[in-house]
Design a protein. Structure first.
Lengths: 624, 380
């Protein structure tokens, strides 16, 4: 019995052993078929995946084009910068590491927040994320010393934009800063590919306007990397095409002369060469340090700019809109001549005020007691308001608006900087549209001395002088050289072209005549200047209230304006100057304009230079 | 015909102890030894590439092999009845140590698996149980009538489940799984009826989702999630499995060549010299290399089953088969995991993966199999 059992039991086990072997073979067969599936059927797919892992196509950012002034002096270039980057995969405790690094060097909350945002948007593992840029040499040394404590923390070098002249060109050149999600979202596919390696984007001014030319063409490098992103070998490389050097019409010396002449006052200076529309100087003070913006401005720095009552971030030259005041009187005079309401001989008697016919309303002249008997020439030289009240009312707003539009008022000049304001050239249609109100004669009277509704930017004022110097022929102002902007064609042709010359003579007497309002600015000039001063009221006073300057707080004083071109017989520069709360156009703004013109027109010995040649010899003084 | 000639013409399993072969006198089974050595040599060859051509790594692995072979050789000298005698005690000690591990064990990588024994060093009791559990199950059935009664099945299950639960609590799911399977194999060998087997399979199919939702640790649940959908988190939990499948698939039929696997050598493949070494083999030597490895494994397992088939007592048969199948389960779970068929559990590729006490345990169990084979008495 026991023996038979044994027999049966060993049979059971032996059968089961055979079953087991069958099971083993079947399972091995299943594993083999899995391998055939992966290695044969799906081989191509996995081969591609393995290559994707191994081979990285890395974009190489092209070096950004350098900006130079008209003589080749560098205004914006690229400099190496060292930044602290973190590879999260190599860091054990990210928060502890960030806190530790903050004890080592200064990293503000803003940068930590930006770091976390970028961490979330990462495209692949082992990608380095920037934490702090612009490391100082001491900071680099501190980190290098402690680098063993912080695995996954590295110092990386990259080329960043550098503005050697700081705030001097801030409002014209603008700045670049880190490219952001919005920039990327706005790009088409080709642009996006071209920016795949780029970290910076033109944000304002010339940097923004000529972004495309300055950027260049991206290069590519095919590399074999390991899983940690470390490059093992370079398989193929297409070098990037660097961005174009963009040469600007700006002249470093003229720009600096304008900047220095404004001094610590708030204001703007625009200088344009009327022969080609090239912008020689574009100043708005105070400016800001564009270098602070490049790698991301810190909150305290930004708050300091934002909260500064002088508004350093405000581009006064391009976006500040001020009543032009008396600076438009030469154009008003030409308009009156063109309309036939006056001529050079006609005189009026100025009692110091103008009574609007049919009413009791009185418009005051700036000079108490009046200018006496004045003709057009003396009205321009002495800036007689009453003469223009009368002439303006006679020619009417429609003629004024039409005539002044030829000087570029009320519309953008078309300069190659974005964000230009258009000012206001008031007209019946404008008032109906903007104010839902009919035009009154009083409005015309105000407009005829550049007050009331009329607003202009300093750039537009400079442009009126360009058109004046070119005797009605318009040209679009340009900051960058060798660009072909669309040129306006509605040139101003006077019925009597001699009026240009006679008006120039009147404007010259503003600086050079015995009674000119800007005699101080014309004194000792080596060339003749045609110019006009003006004041822009900051707030209107009732017409019967005397303006007592001592009573008015500094911020409420009138803005001083001055426009000019020179030399009168062969204009090579047109200038507009605004000094906020500077009060007197002739004595405050005039000398600033004179300094700018001297910088452009004089040679080293103080004589008028040969204007047919470049101011500096090519490559002479090319180093800043 | 001399007696010697007579013995010669007998099949080897019938020759018995009077055999004068050197190997037999040393209680070594030459074919099994040859199979094991081939696998290990092949493993060293792959490890050289997977470990980044590090000779020191190979030396350390070689040292482990040496220790394992010593254990194998020593165990092979004892007759199976010695194992049978010590089995209950071994199991008891193992069980106590498993309890101690949970109370005073050393924690590492989130699991409590090691026990510090003064004068001996760190020790992983679950390794001991890989042999002790199938041994006690075999011991239990040594004098029971087969096929087993329902009561015997229940007792055998308890022998298996108690240590498996203790190990699962460490937590070490891979080892617990291996131990359960090794015990179930003994039950299967003992003639468990097909009906019960069918019912058990059905029960597991129903219980698995319940386990998932009610009893699993978060990290275990994550592993299952990753297994079901590795692409959900390609840089995190899914990374290992995606990279190992990529390595295997890109290897193709004949591989990228020894030392030329990009996935492993550029560090995309994690754990490339330990748990995922199979992917290195697949990438560099391709399907042909895999087939060679499978052939070697099949030979070793086949030889072990053959030894069990010819074993002379119930205990030896059951234990031999249990150990052989445990070895095979290692292969199945590891290859299944690396190729994305099974969830990721930390089971090494036997005799190939670098490190681990499992090499010593495995070689010790082959020592037991050699003992079973070389201590038979000549049958009539």
């Amino acid at each position: 019995m026991r023996l038979r059992d044994r027999q049966r039991e060993s049979q059971i086990i032996q059968t089961r052993l055979v079953w087991t072997l069958v099971f083993v073979v079947i399972v091995l067969g299943a594993l083999v078929s899995r391998m055939i599936w992966l290695q044969w059927v799906q081989h191509d797919r996995f081969q591609a995946l393995a290559d994707q892992n191994r081979v990285q196509t890395q974009p190489i950012a092209p070096p950004r084009g350098v900006l130079v002034d008209r003589h080749g002096r560098i205004l914006a270039d690229n400099q190496p910068d060292f930044s602290l980057v973190v590879i999260p995969e190599q860091v054990r405790d990210l928060d502890a590491a960030l806190n530790g690094l903050r004890e080592l060097i200064s990293i503000d909350d803003d940068q930590i927040e930006r770091f976390h945002t970028q961490l979330k948007q990462r495209r692949r593992a082992w990608e380095a994320i920037p934490l702090r840029s612009r490391l100082t040499m001491e900071e680099i040394a501190l980190i290098a010393e402690a680098r063993h404590e912080w695995p996954g923390v590295r110092i990386e070098a990259e080329a960043i934009r550098h503005y050697p002249h700081g705030d001097l060109f801030s409002h014209v050149i603008g700045y670049v800063n880190r490219i952001n999600a919005e920039d990327i979202a706005a790009m088409d596919e080709a642009t996006l590919a071209n920016y795949s390696g780029t970290n910076f984007y033109g944000r304002a001014g010339i940097e923004r306007q000529y972004e495309k030319r300055l950027h260049g063409k991206v290069g590519y490098r095919k590399v074999e990397t390991n899983a940690r992103g470390r490059v093992q070998q370079v398989l193929e490389e297409i070098p990037p095409v660097p961005g174009d050097e963009v040469r600007l019409n700006l002249d470093l010396d003229v720009q600096r002369a304008a900047w220095d002449a404004l001094g610590s006052r708030r204001g703007a200076v625009i200088a344009i060469d009327p022969r080609d529309g090239g912008v020689l100087a574009f100043v708005s003070r105070p400016g800001f340090d564009p270098n602070l913006f490049v790698t991301g401005i810190s909150l305290p720095d930004y708050a300091a700019y934002r909260d500064d009552p002088d508004r350093p971030l405000f581009n006064r030259a391009l976006q500040g809109q001020y009543p032009p005041g008396s600076t438009i009187k030469s154009m008003m005079g030409l308009a009156a001549l063109e309309a036939g309401v006056t001529d050079w001989q006609r005189t009026i008697r100025d009692p110091g005020y103008f009574n609007l016919p049919g009413t009791t309303r009185v418009f005051r002249d700036w000079k108490r007691g009046g200018h006496g008997v004045v003709n057009l020439h003396t009205a321009v030289v002495e800036s007689c308001d009453t003469y223009f009240y009368d002439a303006g009312l006679k020619m009417g707003i429609d003629h004024i608006a039409n005539f002044l539009s030829h000087f570029g008022l009320g519309k953008a000049t078309g300069i190659d900087i974005q964000g230009e304001m258009t000012g206001i050239l008031p007209s019946r249609e404008w008032k109906q549209r903007a104010r839902k109100s009919a035009w009154f004669h009083g409005d015309t009277v105000n407009t005829s001395i550049g007050q009331g509704y009329m607003l202009t930017t300093p750039l537009q004022l400079a442009q009126t002088m360009v058109v004046s110097a070119r005797r009605g022929k318009q040209i679009t102002p340009r900051v960058a050289m060798n660009t072909q902007p669309p040129q306006p064609k509605n040139h101003l042709v006077l019925k009597n072209p001699d009026n240009w010359q006679r008006m120039e003579a009147a404007l010259a007497d503003v600086l050079h005549g015995q009674r000119g309002t800007a005699r101080a600015a014309g004194r000792g000039a080596a060339y003749r200047i045609a110019g006009k001063s003006g004041t822009a009221q900051v707030f209107s006073l009732a017409s019967d209230v005397e303006y007592k300057k001592l009573d008015v707080a500094e911020r409420l004083r009138d803005h001083a304006l001055f426009v000019a071109f020179a030399p009168v017989d062969n204009p090579a520069i047109a200038v507009a100057v605004l000094v906020e709360n500077g009060e007197s156009g002739g004595s405050t703004a005039g000398p600033v304009a004179r300094a700018v013109m001297d910088a452009w027109l004089l040679d080293g010995k103080g004589d008028l230079r040969d204007l047919s040649k470049p101011r500096l010899q090519p490559d002479k003084g090319a180093t800043p | 015909m001399s007696s010697r000639d007579y013995l010669r013409q007998l099949p080897s399993h019938q020759r018995g102890p009077s055999n004068r072969d050197l190997a037999f006198r040393l209680h070594i089974d030459a074919p099994l030894l040859a199979g094991l050595l081939s696998i290990m040599a092949y493993g060293m060859f792959i490890l050289y590439s997977a470990g980044g051509e590090d000779i020191n790594l190979l030396m350390r692995q070689g040292m482990r092999f040496l220790v394992g072979f010593t254990a194998m050789f020593v165990l092979a000298q004892f007759p199976p009845r010695t194992f049978r005698f010590w089995t209950p005690l071994l199991y008891g000690i193992g069980l106590i140590m498993l309890i101690l591990v949970l109370l005073v064990g050393i924690e590492a990588k989130g699991a409590q698996r090691w026990l510090y024994i003064p004068g001996f060093g760190r020790f992983q009791p679950s390794e001991l149980m890989k042999i002790a559990v199938p041994a006690l199950a075999a011991w239990f059935f040594r004098d029971r009538p087969l096929p087993p009664s329902f009561r015997d099945v229940a007792i055998a299950l308890a022998i298996v489940i108690v240590p498996a639960l203790l190990i699962g609590k460490q937590p070490d799911l891979g080892t617990a799984l291996l131990i359960v399977i090794s015990g179930l194999v003994i039950l299967f060998m003992a003639g468990l009826s097909w009906r019960i087997i069918g019912a058990a399979v059905a029960f597991v199919a129903v219980a698995a989702p319940l386990m998932y939702f009610n009893f699993m640790h978060d990290y275990q649940r994550r592993r299952v999630d990753t297994f079901l959908n590795p692409e959900a988190d390609p840089l995190g939990a899914g990374w290992n499995i995606i990279q190992s499948k990529t390595a295997i698939g890109s290897g193709g039929i004949d591989g990228k060549g020894w030392l030329n696997g990009t996935q492993s050598r550029l560090d995309f493949l994690p754990e490339s010299s330990t748990d995922f070494i199979f992917a290195v083999l697949a990438e560099e030597l391709g399907l042909l290399g895999i087939l060679l490895l499978f052939a070697l494994y099949l030979f070793v397992i086949g030889r072990c089953l053959w030894i069990s088939y010819h074993a002379q007592d119930l205990f030896s048969r059951l234990l031999g088969a249990g150990l052989a199948i445990t070895f095979f389960i290692y292969v199945l779970v590891n290859v299944g995991m690396v190729s994305g068929l099974l969830p990721v559990v930390g089971v090494p590729l036997p005799l190939i993966s670098y490190g681990g006490t499992s090499i010593v345990t495995l070689l010790a169990s082959f020592g037991i199999l050699m003992s079973i084979h070389t201590h038979r008495s000549l049958m009539g």
